[in-house]
Design a protein around this ligand. Structure first.
Ligand SMILES: [Zn+2]
Length: 218
C-alpha cells in the first residue's frame, strides 16, 4: 500500500485534520492559484494547468421589463451615435446597433448583480456605466457559442481607478460576468496594444467578480 493516501477529494478546499488550509484543483492536483479568497471566503483554486479557467462565472438573467429598458436604451444610443457621427469602436463587420444593445444589456446585468442604479445615459459620453462605480465592456456571443473575442478592451482615455467588467451577452440575453480589471491594469502591456483600434485587448484571466463585490459592497 502506498504511504501517500489521498486525504482529500479532487477539488477540496478547506481544512485538513491538523487545521491547515488546503486547496486542490478539480483535477486532483495541489492548487496554488486562488481567486476570491479573503476573510470568510475560501475562494476557488486551480493548478497551473487549469488556472486560466478562472473562477466560476456569474450568470445574470434580467426580467423582461429590464431587458426591454436595456434594448430601448441601446437603440437610442445608436440613433444618437449616428447623428453625432461618433467613432464606433466595435469591429467593422459587426452590427453597430446590436453592439449598443448588448452593451446596455451587459450594463443592466452588472447593475442588477451589484445592486447599483443604472441610467440609460444616451448622449452622456463621460458617464460611468453603472452606479458611478463600474464600467462595463459587453460582448455579444453568437447562438453557436462563437465569441468575437474574449478580451477586455481598455482605451488610453479610460479611467485608471475604475473597475472594468468584461461581460458576455448570450443569444438568450442572459449575461455572463466573466471578470474585471482596473483601467490602469489594462493599460500596461505592449503585447496587447492594437494600433488599429488604439486600445489594449487584455486576455483572461481577469480578477474575479466575487472580489469586486467585496470592494463595492465590503
Ligand atoms: Zn488542475
Amino acid at each position: 500500500m502506498s504511504q501517500q493516501v489521498q486525504q482529500h477529494p479532487a477539488g477540496y478546499v478547506g481544512h485538513d485534520s491538523r487545521g491547515h488550509f488546503v486547496h486542490y484543483c478539480h483535477c486532483g492536483k495541489w492548487a496554488p492559484f486562488g481567486y476570491g479568497a479573503r476573510k470568510g471566503r475560501l475562494g476557488e483554486w486551480f493548478c497551473g494547468d487549469h488556472r486560466r479557467e478562472g473562477p466560476t462565472p456569474v450568470i445574470v438573467t434580467l426580467s423582461e421589463i429590464w431587458l426591454n429598458k436595456a434594448i430601448e436604451a441601446g437603440k437610442a444610443r445608436q440613433v444618437y451615435a449616428r447623428r453625432s457621427n461618433l467613432r464606433h469602436y466595435g469591429k467593422a463587420q459587426h452590427d453597430a446597433a446590436a453592439d449598443d444593445i448588448s452593451g446596455c444589456i451587459a450594463e443592466v446585468a452588472v447593475a442588477k448583480h451589484f445592486r447599483l442604479p443604472w441610467k440609460p445615459n444616451v448622449g452622456v459620453i463621460d458617464a460611468i456605466d453603472v452606479g458611478d462605480k463600474i464600467e462595463v465592456r459587453g460582448r455579444r456571443v453568437d447562438s453557436d457559442g462563437n465569441k468575437a473575442g474574449q478580451d477586455l478592451q481598455i482605451r488610453p482615455k479610460d479611467k485608471d481607478h475604475l473597475p472594468y467588467v468584461y461581460a458576455e451577452v448570450n443569444a438568450d440575453n442572459t449575461v455572463r460576468l466573466v471578470g474585471w480589471l482596473y483601467g490602469q491594469q489594462g493599460k500596461g502591456n505592449d503585447k496587447y496594444w492594437n494600433a488599429a483600434c488604439k486600445c489594449w485587448w487584455n486576455p483572461p484571466p481577469f480578477r474575479p467578480i466575487s472580489e469586486l463585490m467585496g470592494i463595492i459592497r465590503p
